[in-house]
Design a protein around this ligand. Structure first.
Ligand SMILES: [Zn+2]
Length: 415
């Protein structure tokens, strides 16, 4: 089915129609459709057409725990969420939680999630999560965090193609032994999988050693890096290593200041993530604004608001290896886009307005891979209120949590 988005404006102000065919953007601008039969027309009059948000770091399974950790420190989070709460999740729970997290993401205009999937630990859990994404309609990168000696599951994750692809969620050399990390990064490279790691950075981080060993580059994504030094920034930018920051969670839990400005000073371009729902909203509007405010404060300038938007779109896609697939409105890219309301009174460039003044309620229509998943403000296919109702008992069970003694869980070692 072809989709013709008619009469909208780009964020920059130009009038632009969009023709979508086979899940891809095939024409953009002043598009002439000779044959309107067999074309679904979406009226975008008064709406802005923008690339969908790319959430470069999200623990999607935590959606049923939303808001439960407003005052959690990082050690509290490790104990209550990654140890106790995760240990009550069975595969069916992981399925429901993934559907709920994906629905919340789509509702907020997030068309791609990089799911740092602590819950994808065994073949049964991987099945459950992949099954959820087959239904959910969001573009997803499922980062497998289970055993690397399970070669069948590894191969399965590596062979995913299309809207749902795979990656590896690793502890990495800052939190694991050097030998183990090197071995795991070799496996990732052999399988052609992006390796994603939480990373602190700073004088104690083994970035020089990683660079010397050829372990940095676009096949690697480091998350947070709040202690990033100027030398770290130079190394990461020079090697094209993906860097994703989650500034709302980092500020809320005390990880340290976002390295966005330090990385930008070295020519690097951060992607953004929502990270955890226990203490952060499930959208990327808030991380964008947090980034803009801190960037202006740190640079002492009125850096244009529009300059931070790529951190939630094109640069975020690049940091997770999807820069040629999504994050940009251009012919040939997959059709992942949003139509935004709330700015119909503006006729000129509204890119900065999107960063400073819009929110999830302005996400009118969402298209992923050429499929309409939200229209006129309502999700299609996923019933968000129903999913929330279904997840209530799971959330309660997970938060009450068992005493972990005797409940050894592989997830406990994966941050
Ligand atoms: Zn994380």
């Amino acid at each position: 089915m072809k989709i013709f988005i008619k009469g909208g404006r780009l964020l920059t102000g130009e009038r632009a129609d969009v023709l979508i065919d086979g899940g891809a953007i095939v024409a953009l601008g002043d598009v002439d459709i000779a044959e309107l039969a067999a074309v679904e027309v979406v009226d975008a009059a008064g709406l802005r057409v923008a690339p969908g948000f790319v959430d470069g770091h999200r623990h999607v399974w935590q959606a049923p725990l939303r808001g439960a950790g407003a005052d959690m420190t990082l050690p509290d989070y490790f104990d209550a969420v990654l140890d106790r709460a995760l240990s009550v999740f069975g595969p069916a729970d992981a399925h429901l939680a993934t559907l709920l997290g994906a629905a919340e993401a789509l509702d907020a205009g997030i068309t791609t999630v990089f799911d740092w999937c602590n819950a994808a630990l065994t073949p049964q859990y991987v099945d459950a999560v992949l099954d959820a994404y087959a239904t959910a309609g969001v573009r997803a990168v499922v980062a497998y965090g289970g055993s690397l000696s399970d070669t069948a599951t590894l191969r399965r994750v590596a062979e995913l193609r299309g809207r749902v692809t795979g990656a590896l969620a690793l502890l990495g050399p800052q939190y694991d032994s050097w030998e183990t990390a090197v071995d795991q990064l070799r496996v990732a490279r052999e399988l052609g999988l992006l390796a994603s790691m939480h990373f602190g950075g700073g004088p104690d981080a083994p970035l020089a050693r990683m660079e010397a060993a050829g372990l940095l580059g676009p096949q690697v994504q480091l998350v947070h890096v709040n202690a990033m030094t100027a030398e770290d920034a130079r190394r990461l930018a020079a090697t094209g290593t993906g860097v994703t920051v989650t500034p709302v969670v980092e500020a809320t839990m005390g990880h340290g200041a976002s390295p966005y400005t330090r990385f930008a000073a070295a020519g690097g371009r951060c992607g953004l993530g929502t990270d955890v729902a226990v203490n952060a909203p499930p959208d990327l509007f808030e991380p964008l604004r947090e980034t803009l405010r801190r960037h202006r404060a740190e640079t002492g300038t009125m850096a244009p608001a529009a300059t931070v938007l790529p951190a939630a779109t094109a640069d975020s896609a690049a940091a997770i290896g999807l820069g040629s697939v999504t994050g940009t409105l251009a012919a040939g890219r997959r059709a992942d886009l949003v139509l935004l309301s709330g700015l119909s009174h503006l006729t000129g460039d509204a890119t900065g307005a999107m960063v400073t003044a819009l929110g999830p309620a302005d996400v009118h229509t969402v298209i992923v891979d050429g499929h309409i998943v939200k229209r006129d403000g309502r999700l299609i296919g996923l019933d968000l209120p129903k999913l929330r109702d279904e997840a209530v008992s799971l959330g309660r069970r997970a938060l009450e949590g068992p005493d972990l003694i005797g409940h050894g869980h592989a997830g406990a070692s994966v941050r």
